[in-house]
Design a protein around this ligand. Sequence first.
Ligand SMILES: [Zn+2]
Length: 275
Amino acid sequence: MSAAVALLAVATAAAAAGAGPPATPLRFHGEWRQGALLLGEAPPGCAIRFDGHDLALTRDGVFVIGLDRDEPSPARIEVRTPGAPERTLEYPVAPGDWKVQRIEGLPPQQVNPPPQVVARIRREAQQILAARRASSPLDGFAQRFIWPVHGALSSVFGSQRILNGEPKQPHYGVDLAVPSGTPVRAPADGRVSLVAHDFYFTGTTLMLDHGHGVQSVFAHLSRIEVRLGQRVRQGQVIALSGASGRATGPNLHWGVSWFDNHVDPAALVARPPLR
Ligand SMILES: [Zn+2]
C-alpha cells in the first residue's frame, strides 16, 4: 500500500467512525516497509513524534523517519497541529524479506569472538551508537543518495546467520565488492561524525551525519581522507576501501541508520527525488 493510500485509509476509517477529524496534514514519500527510510512533509507548526523522537522539520517542512529491519506493525506517528488535539496515525508496515541462514556444528571459536576482545568490542559499539544518536539540522538526508562505490552487491541488507542455534546480529548494511584502494564517495551531503582506525569488527571506520538522525557508516576501509567534523558534499571522496577488521575479503560495507533504527541503503539510492 502506498503512503497516500494508507493515509487515506486512516482518514476514511476515522470519518466512517463518526469522529470526523480533519484529514491529516502529513504527506509521506516512500513505502511503509521494514528497513525503509521515509521522507515526510508537514505544514509549519506541526509537532511530530515517532519511536521516541520529536522530529525536526526543515525550513520547507520536510522530515524523515526510519523503519527498522524489525519494525513492528503498525507504525504509530503522533502528530499535533496548532489548535488541534494530538492524534495518533497508524500505518501498517510490510515485513522485509530477509535471508536467514542456519549453520550447525561449527567450532565455538567461529561462533563467538575470543573473550579477551569482548570489552573492546563493547567499547567500540558504544562509540558508534553515540554517533548514531546525535541529531543535527543538516539536510543531506533529503537528497537522492548515490552509491559510494560501484561494485557487485556481495551481501544484502537484513540477512542473518544462526550459528549453532545462536542468532547473530543481522547484516545492517550492504557489502559492495571492490578492490582495496577504491575511492569511496559521500552518498549524500554530511559531516564526518566518527573516524576510527582499528575497530575489531569494522576495522578502519568512518561515519557521516546526514542530519535529522540519518547517519552512514563505512567499514573495512584502508584509508580515511577527511577529518572529524569536516563538512562533505555528495560525491566527494572521503576514504579508500579495503579489507580491515573482520572482512571476508576486500569490500565496502555501507550502513545507514535513523537513530537506533537500521535501514536499507540500497532503497535510498533507488528512491525518486522528493520534488
Ligand atoms: Zn557488511
